[in-house]
Design a protein around this ligand. Structure first.
Ligand code: AMP
Length: 551
């Protein structure tokens, strides 16, 4: 027997429709690429997104066509986003931090027909345009006065592209499983793979991501997504904010500490989200300028583990609650959230800090387990670690064009239908998950596993350390031993003895790095995470003192 409720496909056009109907005056503020801070509203964005739809239809874009953006978080990006998705085109957010050749590869693989780009990326577009096989229209997200003058074929200014278009356009009217967005994973090995979100998965995920124990944002919040829209839908915030009527503050291209701080204060931001590297920059700025955070209440941190120093600084020095999130592009992206339970509130503060550094519990819509190499489930005792497997309506079933397929159906799943995250984790008795490493970064020493992430998180709190990375280096006796790589703060020069002394007692003895080296800059990948692959390459012939001693 079927239920007798209405048919209302879960499509994301309804999100902006809702904001237009019920929060038309709520502001969207942008640090524009042209310079000034601009102000608009959900009502106005809705109208201009309809114009985008009509302009796209005018150049022949139809259901299922891919439309790419190479853009920062701005109001125009949001308009293009909803204008394309709401008509059933697939919005492909391209990560501009990739190498130009990778960007060209991805756009060709996606067969994008239109490319919306910010003028800061005009040099990239100029370089790759001759390589692009399917793009017929290039739209610079600006007005005609700021149109890049370089050699980009068929380039048109966004304001001219939508000028004169009607604000009356049909949205929705397609099935909720229709493709909605496309985002390629960074692909540390092999070619990047496309994750193809559906309308239903995006909408369900946004509702889960904004549940009370996750972002918990509402119409009284002011939300600043520093996390870019090209990084897994800005962790759903591009959907969450209009859904709940929160004021939205878009940081444009300037993500440094001073610029983020200026927006946090001038727009009275209450909730913000980004990877740890962004917060390291902000916290350094706050300390250098002796500034306070007067309105910020919550900060979501994910993408890589929250360093202890960052957690302590936000919560103890600035009174801002840290929401530690774990997820991945294939999970839309949020999988777990580190909100505390009543059991945790009963603990002393130091134990609470340890709990908050873990990645947290599964969000509703996420099923999770840890298994050994044979697929047998590991116990939930907070000690045993295994491969972290997930399942859910907003978890990828297959990659675009069946890349990386693991079965005859083209799916990227194990036999039992779970997706292998590539992370290694523990789960404790009450379901709190802790990532102990990426399966490929874990350091295998004498048959045991050492978590590179754990050591990094502690080392980054040492005096004079700006960033820290740990990699496994080949060792004749133990297979691998940890090497600690340090990027010092300007003017600082922490010594090996000081750093090892700092780690003493904080990690198991046999986890102690065998050596410490200093580099000018720790390489970061396209999503702001430490590029372990590059470090392993740089130090592939590195001989540890303990190796020399063992020979
Ligand atoms: P991406 O798809 O580029 O967002 O990368 C996803 C990966 O980032 C995950 O599989 C984890 O390895 C890592 N990651 C994301 N969030 C966290 C976190 N809170 N702690 C540790 N690792 C994380």
């Amino acid at each position: 027997m079927l239920g007798l409720m209405q048919d209302w496909p879960l499509t994301v056009d309804k999100i902006l429709d809702h904001a237009h109907s019920w929060f038309p005056q709520r502001e969207v503020v942008t640090r524009s690429l042209e310079g000034p801070i601009t102000r608009t509203t959900y009502g106005a964005i809705w109208g201009r997104a309809k114009q985008v739809t009509n302009a796209l239809r005018g150049i022949g874009i139809v259901l299922g066509d891919r439309v790419a953006t190479l853009a920062w978080n701005t109001e125009r990006h949001l308009e293009a986003w909803y204008g394309a998705m709401s008509m059933g085109a697939v919005l492909h957010t391209v990560n501009p931090r990739l190498f130009p050749e990778q960007i060209a590869w991805i756009i060709n693989h996606a067969e994008d027909k239109v490319l919306f780009f910010d003028t800061t990326f005009a040099p990239i577009v100029e370089k790759i345009a001759p390589l692009l096989k399917t793009v017929t229209t290039y739209v610079a997200l600006t007005d005609r006065f700021n149109l890049p003058t370089g050699a980009i074929p068929n380039v048109i200014a966004y304001e001219d592209f939508i000028a004169g278009q009607s604000q009356d356009a049909q949205w929705g009217a397609f099935e909720e499983n229709t493709a909605c967005g496309l985002c390629y994973t960074s692909g540390t090995t092999g070619d990047p793979k496309g994750v193809l979100y559906s309308h239903r998965s995006n909408l369900l995920h946004a509702m889960a991501a904004n549940s009370a124990d996750c972002f918990g944002a509402g119409a009284n919040d002011v939300v600043l997504p520093v996390v870019p829209m090209f990084h897994a839908n800005a962790w759903a915030i591009a959907f969450v904010a209009p859904m709940c009527g929160a004021k939205l503050v878009m940081p444009g291209a300037r993500l440094d500490g001073a610029s983020v701080y200026e927006l946090l204060e001038s727009e009275k931001v209450t909730f913000t989200a980004a990877v740890p590297t962004v917060w390291l920059m902000l916290l350094n700025y706050l300390r250098e300028t002796n500034s306070k955070l007067t309105t910020l209440k919550r900060v979501a941190i994910g993408g890589s583990a929250v360093p202890e120093a960052v957690l302590r600084a936000f919560e103890q020095d600035y009174g801002v609650e840290v929401i530690h999130a774990w997820g991945m592009t294939e999970m839309s992206p949020i999988g777990t959230i580190g909100k505390m339970l009543p059991e945790h509130y009963a603990q002393d503060r130091e134990t609470q800090i340890k709990t908050k550094l873990k990645q947290g519990r599964a969000l509703f819509t996420v099923d999770m387990k840890i298994v050994d190499d044979e697929g047998r489930e590991k116990p939930h005792d907070g000690k045993a670690f295994g491969r972290l497997m997930v399942k859910g309506p907003a978890v990828a079933r297959a990659y675009f064009k069946n890349a990386g397929a693991r079965n005859a159906k083209g799916e990227c799943l194990e036999e039992d239908g779970f997706f292998d995250t590539g992370d290694v984790a523990t789960l404790d008795e009450i379901g709190v998950m802790q990532i102990t490493d990426r399966a490929k970064d874990v350091i295998k020493s004498g048959g045991e596993w050492i978590s590179s992430i754990d050591i990094e998180n502690i080392a980054v709190g040492a005096e004079g350390v700006a960033n820290a990375a740990v990699i496994g280096v080949v060792h004749p006796k133990w297979d691998e031993r940890p090497l600690l790589i340090i990027e010092p703060k300007p003017g600082a020069a922490p010594t090996k003895a000081q750093l090892l002394a700092f780690l003493e007692g904080k990690i198991a003895k046999w986890w102690m790095p065998d050596d410490v080296v200093t580099v000018e800059k720790i390489p970061l990948g396209a999503t702001g995470k430490i590029n372990k692959l590059a470090l392993r390459e740089t130090f592939k012939d590195y001989r540890l003192p303990s190796t020399q001693a063992a020979e």
